[in-house]
Design a protein around this ligand. Structure first.
Ligand code: FES
Length: 203
């Protein structure tokens, strides 16, 4: 991770931002085997990832993408689209945002959020492929689990809160209102918090 005061973006990131690889031209995705969308236009970040799959080997043969996101989202999805070609669907599904950031030579902490967009859209595209091919049982991997029944907070909400800056239980509560009713979910919430802080920030 870069230290504050250092130039925020590495050469590799700048290279992928200035000449992004595998951009989807136009809007026609009919030639692809799976398409995933992530993000929302309200906060300005939206990502589409489209994949072609060698069905026999379950290997990604092509990956294209399009975003309205920032430099970090562009560079990280560009490098991600290179990384996944030749990978099996399971391998690609398991790529973590941390691995993508590492491949870029590091990302400023407040930009990790942007890099997660491409990763999530890729998973959505892989799931789309599974659904199109009647393998609904393999989609389960990304279904959200409700951690707090009272406030209807899922593990995905906790991950979002961590990416938005929550590091302590108190901060998580501020973001999500988790564990503010019966309190039964506190232990589970704390362990999910630690899990995502570790996953994204290595702490
Ligand atoms: S289950 Fe979370 S407050 Fe009740």
């Amino acid at each position: 991770m870069l230290q504050s005061g250092e130039w925020a973006y590495t050469e590799k990131l700048k290279e992928h931002f200035e000449s992004p690889k595998n951009i989807l031209q136009g809007t026609d995705t009919s030639a692809f085997d799976g398409v995933g969308m992530e993000g929302n236009l309200q906060c300005g970040d939206q990502m589409m990832v489209a994949i072609k799959v060698d069905k026999e080997k379950e290997v990604i043969s092509d990956c294209k993408w399009k975003t309205y996101g920032c430099a970090s989202a562009i560079a990280s999805t560009s490098i991600l689209s290179e990384m996944v070609k030749g990978m099996t669907l399971d391998q690609a599904f398991d790529i973590s945002p941390k691995e993508v950031a590492k491949e870029l030579g590091g990302l400023p902490e407040n930009k990790i959020h942007c890099s997660v967009l491409g990763d999530k859209a890729l998973r959505a595209a892989i799931n789309d492929y599974f659904i199109r091919n009647g393998m609904n049982d393999r989609v389960k991997k990304v279904q959200a689990r409700t951690v707090c029944q009272c406030m209807n907070v899922t593990d995905h909400d906790i991950e979002e809160a961590v990416l938005e800056g929550a590091r302590t239980f108190y901060e998580l509560q501020e973001h999500t209102k988790i564990s503010t009713v019966c309190g039964m979910c506190k232990e589970d919430a704390e362990s999910e918090l630690q899990k995502y802080v570790h996953l994204h920030f290595g702490a």
